[in-house]
Design a protein around this ligand. Sequence first.
Ligand SMILES: Cc1ncc(COP(=O)(O)O)c(C=O)c1O
Length: 302
Amino acid sequence: MAGSLIPYDDRDGQIWMNGKLVPWRDAKVHFLTHALHYGSGVFEGMRAYNGNIFKLTEHSQRLIDGCKTMDMKIELSLDEINHACLETLKASGLKDAYLRPLAWRGPEQMGVAAQGTKIHFAVAAWEWPSYFSPEMREKGISVVTSRWRRPAPDMAPVSAKACGLYMICTLSKHEAERAGHNDAMMHDYRGQVAELTGANLFFVFNGELHTPTPDCFLNGITRLTVMDIARSKGIKVVERAIMPEELKKADECFATGTAAEVTPIGNIDGQVYKVGPVTRLLREEYEKLVRAPAEAQQKKAG
Ligand SMILES: Cc1ncc(COP(=O)(O)O)c(C=O)c1O
């Protein structure tokens, strides 16, 4: 991962924090911050291409919706969140960047009950070229099934991009990396195929695009974009429950996410997949769309 050797708290630049840009190294929180102890935060991951944040409003709206799900009263409007992200990007001087907005419960109250805490908000932008290395993205990443499962909707706030939900993702990904793989595939509480630790999953069966129904994990913005692209290219898209034993019959498979973009998967638990024509087409079209002028993106979205 490019740049990962420079600690994230020791970089030049500015971070948007609670209403203004502050020097990067001063963007700190107190030890008794509620989110640090109880995972009470909601975040976003966005990418800017050619100075334009792709699907900015969709990401900002998901942050607001996630805060609502987490009983966090964020006092910022959609426009104010959009503005903070755009200002942060501008201050970074970057045209292509990854942006990380986060809303979290502060240190105003400690304990499980935290109704007296304020909801803080910050955004950072940095250069994060590709989640997986270019070689991996070309030949396909190696994936192994995790022993952790996505919880049911009545076990966790599954639709929010909530910090606490990533605890099992980090554990899964560490185990996968230690075993020599790039990522872990998570099943859900029913044993159905769900997603990777930070990206959604697609499979090609006889030229059709199949993807798990997102009823207990994030319905990714990239996922929705890729489904739209596929339909516009005449590819049939099927959302359904997918069982692990079906995967050996898939012809291609790939992952989607803001950080991962469209990343081919080369094998899952030793089952090998080629990087086939559907994956290549959708990856190319996605790359074209994110760099298209904003009006062209709106038209496609409509
Ligand atoms: C767990 C998880 N699933 C799916 C996704 C893909 O979501 P999106 O395409 O909106 O980035 C992400 C990335 O944000 C994620 O963290």
